[in-house]
Design a binder for this molecule. Structure first.
Ligand code: NAD
Length: 473
């Protein structure tokens, strides 16, 4: 067991912990109290990390797949053995309630081991008496992994596992709102990987743009908002580096009239309000059939009322910018006199500190309202009613987003018919929205480009394909 100090933070460059001239800190979203000082990486720090990553790549890319697999799994086991320390850290940094923070670290370890267990496929696409044609997959080089603040460890380690198992080296950049757990996880990783294979740099708003334009970085794997994703893609163009964009969503959840209302109201509630809606694949537009609408709203609201902020799955909003954005959507709903089944100034007045927000449920706002059109990424959700299958599919698809969707329906034929027509990268049928390390995950339309996880995520996003034509005679 390796002992870590959770009150000191460093950049991790070439196997060493490094401070910086400039420091900054983030805050605990429950209390707005200052957390720890942490270094702001300079452009020179990035140069050193990119050089070390390229040197390490020359050896790491030739290492045996089994060796890489074993190291990643050992790293995951170590992380899991320290689960309670990491849970505390994630709670302080992200504002997640205890249960969710524990799930984040468990999921991060599941993704490490799950991705490390995947075999990288190769395909023989043509064979006759003259020639055998095979496509094989090779590592790209240095991956720059840029991650957001909602699930920092989980999202970072999904990219780390994918990079490493394919033979790439990786430099992780956390969000400035949540630098701590990622820097610490990279520190722990030094016990399992050679110098330069896993590095992490915390910084300010300069660091991301420095990384995306850097000629020594072969690929950017980015998770965050669509607005930043567009900047990342533009900045990557001059060097033609590979880019994977995992962006925002405005996921539809379609509830059919034949469901068990108690059960489905509870499950959709979990999809909508886990981490107070600060989840890319949260249910953000809930379409409920008019036959069961009133009963569903009553039960959905009751599930919500049973929780108070900071408990169960309800977190505070992680940062002030996001808090103001969610508040402005909330205020817009109030100004337009939309009907609230839950939520309002009374609940908000009880909140004394931090960026906490009481959950809000808005009944039948217009489809062109801000709440329905935009991704709130907070604890406010619209419930819309539908009568006609064709109509609800069109409304669900009437967005430039296409990350995930869920269908709740007792009749399997109807469930399949609806699910096949939804324009989303992942569709869950009678299951809550939760991905798997062995399944491709990515968005269609403006929710992303490419995808991660599963064999397809590895070969399409973390490898280059090379095709060999072997003459037989
Ligand atoms: P964001 O786009 O503001 O920031 C994401 C990361 O990009 C941060 O590390 C940030 O510092 C960095 N960044 C900012 N400007 C940059 C630039 N010009 N070049 C390079 N990097 C830059 O997103 P956020 O507010 O941290 O996260 C919330 C968004 O992320 C939501 O839209 C959510 O849906 C999305 N998200 C998507 C997924 C997914 O898997 N599709 C998962 C989680 C979150």
């Amino acid at each position: 067991m390796y002992t870590l100090r959770f009150d000191q933070y460093h950049n991790v460059i070439n196997g060493k912990l490094k401070g910086a001239e400039k420091q900054y800190y983030s805050i605990n979203p429950f209390t707005e109290e200052k957390l720890w000082d942490t270094p702001v990486a300079s452009e020179q720090d990035l140069e050193e990390a990119v050089e070390a990553a390229n040197v390490a790549f020359q050896t790491w890319k030739h290492s045996a797949l089994e060796d890489r697999r074993t190291r990643i799994k050992q790293f995951a086991n170590e992380l899991l053995s320290q689960k309670s320390d990491w849970t505390d850290m994630i709670i302080k940094e992200t504002g997640q309630p205890n249960e969710l923070a524990k799930e984040e670290i468990e999921a991060a370890c599941e993704w490490l081991t799950g991705i490390a267990s995947i075999d990288i496929p190769e395909y023989t696409t043509h064979e006759d008496e003259d020639v055998k044609v095979t496509t094989k997959y090779f590592p790209l080089g240095v991956v720059g992994a840029i991650v957001p603040w909602n699930f920092p460890v989980f999202l970072a380690l999904g990219k780390v596992a994918s990079s490493l198992i394919c033979g790439n080296t990786v430099i992780v950049k956390p969000s400035p709102y949540t630098p701590y757990s990622i820097l610490k996880v990279a520190e722990l990783a030094q016990n399992f990987f050679p110098p330069g294979v896993v590095q992490a740099l915390g910084g300010d708003d300069n660091l991301g743009p420095w990384m995306t334009k850097h000629p020594g970085i072969a690929k950017i794997s980015f998770t965050g908002s669509a607005a930043t994703g567009k900047r990342v893609m533009a900045a990557a163009a001059p060097t033609l580096k590979r880019v994977t964009l995992e962006l925002g969503g405005n996921d539809a959840s379609i509830v059919c009239p034949d469901v068990d209302i108690d059960e489905v109201a509870r499950r959709v509630f979990e999809d909508a309000f886990s981490h107070s809606g600060q989840v890319c694949i949260a249910a953000k537009r809930i379409f409920v059939h008019s036959k069961i609408f009133d009963e569903f709203v009553t039960k959905f609201t009751a599930a919500c009322q049973a929780l108070s902020p900071g408990t169960g799955y309800l977190s505070p909003i992680q940062n002030k910018v996001q808090f103001d954005k969610v508040r402005s959507i909330f205020e817009d709903c109030r100004a337009q006199n939309y009907e609230f089944a839950l939520g309002g100034d009374q609940e908000l007045a009880q909140i004394k500190s931090g960026y906490q927000m009481a959950p809000a449920i808005v009944v039948r706002p217009p489809d062109d309202s801000r709440l329905v059109q935009e991704e709130p990424f907070g604890p406010i959700v619209p419930i819309l009613s539908w009568d006609d299958e064709e109509d609800v599919i069109n409304r669900a698809n009437n967005t430039d987003q296409g990350l995930g969707a869920t269908v709740w329906c007792h009749d399997p034929a109807t469930a399949e018919r609806i699910s096949m027509r939804l324009e989303a990268g992942s569709v869950w049928v009678n299951r809550g929205a939760f991905p798997l390390p062995t399944a491709l995950f990515g968005g269609v339309k403006q929710s992303g480009i490419g995808g991660e996880w599963g064999p397809l995520g590895l070969i399409n996003s973390y490898c280059s394909a090379r095709t060999f034509h072997f003459a037989k005679k």
